[in-house]
Write a protein that binds this ligand. Structure first.
Ligand code: UGA
Length: 451
């Protein structure tokens, strides 16, 4: 591959922006195409519109060295791009299936403007069979661009680390040369990972070398949704066991530590709590159910995983109600509105659902998140009060609920928290506290599957 590589990336979301700033900092000339004018304005000023460690530093460095262009129109950038990435959103329709209109729009632009030898790389999460349809549309338009499926596995909150020290890069397609072009691009990231981590200001990670996996297009598409669905399944399984542990006076953390010590099972994603949220798992589980159904296949196992997950905020609200006798008029602090720590993303956030369900139960709800107050605002019911500090949220509260395991909460002095509260109920909806420490502070500890 020629060393001067030009890439055009569609969509400046978590995946697109991370991909763009990493490539742009290791010798690739990148054009990032984003249609949202506010996002574009913020990016041009060197500021990501979401919080993610290291992303602003990489963005600013790429802008300074002139290797990243930010555009709202792709025509010119497409003509010169060797590799084109689609990283646009695939939101879910009310019936759970994936809305692929942005994906097909990008494919149409590629067919219209890309050069014949370009490689079109699909990083958006799409149902199996999508690439086949796009390839058929390319063929119908006599467009010779090669299609490669290259699903993304980065997690929000650790997006840069996950991309630098990846477990695997998966590429699927019929043209081996096109697949190799994509692999070579990722090798640049691998070769430059220390430099990139330094620019981002994030620590090095001790990690086994990642795998490059080449497969066919449909398998690559299915790998992505299968991985997310399996992780969601593990979480819902842990939450089902947690409900039993609550009844049987067992501690689900101890159970999962021992179960996960079996190398065949593994400890990851067996943390019980308020359930999974975010822009991926809920959507990918419903998308898999819908896509299986389109192929005439039932997925009761994933329907069950989704049902268990949706039950968790209500299950925790019920525990709070039982402990306080009634919710009405009780002052309750919900700490954590992002769907997990390390991100400002509050999409499908269990903390938000919990706050809303307590508000519906006529509690007096106060919420606080170190990074997600702004993004959660629109999702919260009018009665919920957003606070600027943890101290403000918990003062004179009957109960405190930990809904996201932010370091600010985990390292807080529990005795000082207890002294600010008027009640004594401490609900650890992330199961991330030492329950004895909480109890020693005079509070009643209630976890999910551990008391
Ligand atoms: C997930 C996958 O982990 C990534 O590999 C994938 O690339 C990404 O979706 C995607 O499809 O784009 P993400 O949604 O960023 O990443 O976050 P996770 O760290 O996977 O957490 C998802 C949710 O599960 C969070 O709400 C988290 O709190 C919850 N969770 C996670 C649990 O409730 N228990 C656990 O044991 C682990």
């Amino acid at each position: 591959m020629a060393r001067k590589q030009r890439a055009t990336i569609f969509g400046a979301g978590y995946v697109g922006l991370t991909t763009a700033v990493l490539f742009a900092n290791c010798g690739v000339e990148v054009t990032l195409v984003e249609v949202n004018p506010e996002r574009l304005k913020s990016l041009r000023a060197g500021k990501s519109f979401f919080y993610e460690a290291g992303i602003n530093e990489l963005l600013q460095n790429a802008l300074k060295q002139g290797s990243l262009g930010l555009e709202n129109e792709a025509e010119l950038a497409l003509k010169h791009a060797g590799v084109i990435f689609s990283c646009v959103g695939t939101p879910d329709y009310p019936d759970g299936s994936s809305n692929l209109s942005y994906v097909y729009e990008v494919a149409d632009r590629v067919a219209a403007f890309a050069s014949d030898d370009a490689v079109f790389v699909q990083k958006s999460t799409v149902p199996v069979g999508t690439g086949e349809k796009i390839e058929a549309s390319f063929k119908a338009k006599s467009c010779p661009v090669s299609y490669v499926s290259n699903p993304e596995f980065l997690r929000e909150g650790t997006a840069i680390q996950d991309s630098l020290w990846f477990d695997r890069v998966v590429v699927g397609g019929t043209n081996p040369k096109a697949c190799q072009t994509v692999i070579e691009l990722y090798k640049r990231i691998e070769e430059n990972r220390d430099k990139l981590a330094k620019i981002a200001g994030i620590p090095r990670v001790d990690h086994e070398p990642g795998h490059y996996i080449t497969t066919n297009r449909n398998s690559a598409e299915l790998i992505k949704v299968t991985a997310n669905a399996f992780l969601a399944l593990k979480i819902s399984f842990a939450n089902s066991i947690a409900k039993l542990a609550d009844q049987a006076d067992a501690d689900v953390n101890d159970v999962m530590d021992a179960v996960g010590a079996d190398r065949r099972i593994g400890r990851a994603f067996l943390n019980a709590g308020r359930g999974y949220g975010g822009g991926c798992f809920p959507k990918d589980v419903s998308g898999l159910i819908a896509s299986a159904s389109d192929h005439g296949v039932d997925m009761p196992i994933m329907i069950a995983a989704s049902d268990v997950n949706e039950s968790m905020p209500g299950y925790i609200a019920k525990k709070v109600q039982e402990n306080l006798k009634s919710l009405q008029g009780k002052k309750i602090a919900v700490l954590g509105l992002s769907f997990k720590s390390g991100t400002s993303d509050a999409r499908k956030s269990p903390g938000v659902s919990l706050a809303n369900s307590l508000d519906k139960g006529k509690a007096d709800v106060q919420v606080y998140d170190p990074h997600a107050n702004g993004e959660a605002k629109e999702e919260l019911r009018n009665g919920v009060k957003i606070c600027n500090t943890m101290s403000e949220a918990i003062t004179k509260c009957d109960a405190v609920i930990i809904a996201t395991d932010w370091p600010e909460f985990k390292t807080a002095d529990i005795k000082s928290m207890a002294s600010k509260m008027s009640g004594s109920l401490f609900v650890d909806a992330m199961n991330c506290f030492d329950k004895n420490k909480v109890k020693d502070s005079g509070l009643k500890y209630v976890g999910v599957g551990r008391t």
